[in-house]
Design a protein around this ligand. Structure first.
Ligand code: 2P0
Length: 320
């Protein structure tokens, strides 16, 4: 009744923002992401270890805030009549700060809890379970470039291109390590209900998905850069026009975007993307990573820089 899984976060290049069905956590749009290699979350699950209640330890400390969502994820995998559980989780990056920590946490929890309970699921079933826990988590079950298709009554996830066939580096500029004020789940609903741009965002998403998929097929970095930056800024425009406004950026976020622009003007193959948080992710071809890293480290307000290649799917480490 014990299992440990590791999952990597993923960064969306064409983003998920908005839900079609809140109760089943179905996204209103498809999305395309890259799974990272060097950032990770490890989750160990002990089922039925004589506990009277569920318990979540994060980096060795009790975390009661995240516990209800993690417990609900385990309920949906194992069944609501399950024994109590101890969940121990650790990550090598800040959580709840716009670095896709829920993607890696829920992907690892889904894989580990299925194994701890001795259950075996198809990839499609695991995808639905992870996606129900957190939309972006379904993408962390796959490696490299990944597409989540919003196909009517359910979701479907596929790998578009494996890790080795189009290497990239992602340089993450951390401008704030505190958790964000409004979590994505709540913020998406605020946008759906109040943003005057929301309907256009949904209507244009297929066009962006087609452009990004075609760029990935052709290994066309410039085209991917154009659609990814456009899609990111469109999502943030939806957020900014929500009531109350959802502005996740700080001055360092904008300074990082300007640093990326200057690198592009110098011929560097790099683009930025920003999720529901103030961190800037600069995606580049590997030969430009050192220059991108140096520029972001020098950008005022950047607290820390992390770097990652593209990585692998969520996996069980114990039992192996
Ligand atoms: C993404 N984000 O595609 C987008 C871009 C944030 C901005 O997926 O409510 O934590 O758990 O399904 O997966 C963050 O949303 O939301 C997210 P839920 P999740 O990566």
């Amino acid at each position: 009744m014990h299992a440990t899984a590791i999952a990597q976060p993923n960064i969306a290049l064409v983003k998920y923002w908005g839900k079609r069905d809140v109760s089943r956590n179905l996204p209103a749009v498809g999305s395309i992401s890259i799974t990272l290699r060097d950032l990770y979350t490890e989750v160990s699950i002990d089922l039925g270890s004589g506990l009277s209640q569920d318990e979540l330890l994060f980096n060795g400390e009790r975390n009661d805030e995240m516990l209800p969502r993690i417990a609900a994820c385990i309920d949906s995998v194992v069944g609501e009549g399950r024994p109590r559980v101890r969940v121990s989780s650790k990550s090598n990056f800040p959580i709840a700060a716009g670095l896709a920590s829920s993607a890696s946490a829920f992907a690892a929890t889904t894989v580990a809890s299925a194994s701890a309970a001795g259950l075996s699921f198809s990839m499609l079933e695991l995808t639905q379970l992870a996606g129900q826990a957190s939309g972006s988590a379904a993408r962390s079950l796959y490696d490299g470039f990944v597409e989540l298709k919003n196909s009517g009554e359910s979701i479907e996830v596929t790998s578009l291109c494996d890790v080795d066939s189009w290497p990239m580096q992602v340089i993450v500029a951390i401008t704030e390590t505190e958790p964000k004020a409004v979590g994505s789940t709540v913020a998406m609903e605020v946008s759906r209900k109040t943003s005057p741009f929301y309907e256009n965002w949904i209507a244009q998403q297929d066009q962006d998905l087609d452009s990004a998929r075609a760029a990935i097929d052709r290994r066309d970095f410039e085209s991917l850069a154009v659609v990814a930056e456009h899609n990111c800024l469109k999502m943030h425009s939806v957020m900014w026009a929500s009531r109350p406004p959802l502005v996740y950026w700080n001055t360092a976020t904008i300074a990082c975007m300007q640093s990326v622009r200057r690198l592009q003007e110098d011929g560097c193959k790099v683009f930025f993307t920003i999720d529901a948080g103030p961190q800037v992710k600069a995606v580049c071809l590997p030969e430009y990573a050192a220059a991108v890293r140096e520029a972001l480290e020098k950008t005022p307000g950047v607290q820390q820089v992390m770097e990652s290649g593209l990585g692998i799917a969520a996996r069980l480490v114990e039992p192996s």
